[in-house]
Design a binder for this molecule. Structure first.
Ligand code: NAP
Length: 320
């Protein structure tokens, strides 16, 4: 039996869908904090179990009989290490054979503020004695495509990433990769750095938005403090604005690409909004990624352009 935490989330839904292609629904448990939100998952015949990262006592029941667990990192920044401990401790008590954790690319060396909680969680896993595999995700492509309406409304993409290159991939691709590791043999102790197989700058992203929309959209590179200010004005809380600005600066420093790591790495598909010269798929990781479907984000971008109703706030409606 495989238990997936955060199953009502965007990645969680895609993971459940990918798992259903590989194993029977009767062997899948969706751990959720809001059972009402899981009606669609229930309709897929997976078992729904209540569990809240903030309630350690809920996890023993949620993980009962679990052989494998996918711990999808919590979305509550600042609370995550403590919350993840509840799951790891319960996994140990339950005798889980493999716990897969969705971490961040290069978590061990990343200068991003967001990486700290992932590092702490990875350390907890190492100390726990529970067999684990680390699925270190680069950025979601959707972090950027969700900002297209705002870019169109304001005539610019804003950031402080400079010429940093981003090797993002869609949530659907990460879900496929996560499930590949979760269902494979000999995964304990492995670390997979997961990222897109090509990278792009925010200048290139703005150029592509211009090309597809027929509007002139530039990239405005701000100092980190200036970008944080934009985020604050857009209504984000101070801590979140600071972390997102810090992350953008991190892009300029680290290049969110897997190649800097000595760990095995797996590349996912080319970001679909970029011109595809010669799409490349690597199997250099310890398992190969197959069935990565092209998604029609480009056409979504065009339809979003037509709507063009979202506010700047939507640009930042991502929660890490
Ligand atoms: N690599 C990237 O670019 C990137 C971007 C954004 C986020 N992330 C990370 O990846 C994770 C998954 O992304 P996502 O897009 O699927 O996020 P999401 O849609 O916000 O889903 C987060 C999931 O965590 C659940 N959750 C939050 N607090 C919980 C708690 N106290 N107890 C139990 N469950 C709780 C949510 O439950 P509810 O449905 O009840 O709210 C939801 O199912 C995020 O949580 C974040 O750590 C990565």
């Amino acid at each position: 039996m495989i238990v997936v935490t955060g199953a009502t989330g965007q990645l969680g839904h895609l993971v459940i869908a990918a798992l259903l292609k590989k194993i029977p629904a009767s062997k899948i448990v969706a751990a959720v904090r809001n059972v009402e939100k899981a009606k669609d998952l229930e309709a897929m015949c997976v078992q729904i179990r209540y569990a809240d990262y903030n309630k350690p006592e809920t996890w023993d029941t949620a993980l009962k009989g679990a052989e494998r667990v996918l711990l999808i990192s919590s979305s509550e920044i600042g609370q995550r290490a403590r919350q993840h401990r509840s799951v790891i401790d319960a996994a140990k008590r339950a005798g889980v054979k493999l716990l897969a954790y969705t971490s961040v690319l290069h978590a061990d060396t990343s200068p991003l503020g967001l990486a700290a909680e992932h590092r702490d969680t990875e350390a907890m896993l190492r100390a726990s004695g529970v067999p684990y595999v680390l699925l270190r995700h680069s950025w979601y492509t959707e972090n950027y495509t969700s900002g297209v309406p705002a870019a169109l409304a304001h005539g610019a993409v804003y950031g402080c990433a400079g010429d940093g290159r981003i090797a993002s991939a869609t949530r659907a691709d990460y879900a496929e990769a996560d499930v590949a590791a979760l269902t494979a043999e000999d995964q304990a102790g492995r670390i997979h750095e997961l990222a897109g197989d090509t990278s792009y700058t925010l200048t290139e992203l703005a150029a592509e938005i211009s090309r597809q929309s027929g509007k002139n959209i530039g990239y405005v590179n701000l100092p980190e403090a200036g970008y944080k200010n934009v985020l604050l004005k857009a209504g984000l809380p101070e801590a979140v604005a600071a972390l997102l600005a810090d992350s953008d600066t991190g892009v300029s420093i680290t290049r969110l690409s897997p190649k800097a790591s000595s760990n095995p790495w797996v590349t996912l598909k080319t970001p679909p909004f970029l011109p595809t010269s010669s799409p490349r798929r690597s199997t250099r990781g310890s398992f190969s990624i197959s069935c990565l479907k092209a998604r029609l984000i480009a056409s979504t971008m065009v339809s979003l352009a037509i709507e063009n109703v979202l506010t700047l706030r939507s640009l930042f409606s991502i929660h890490f």
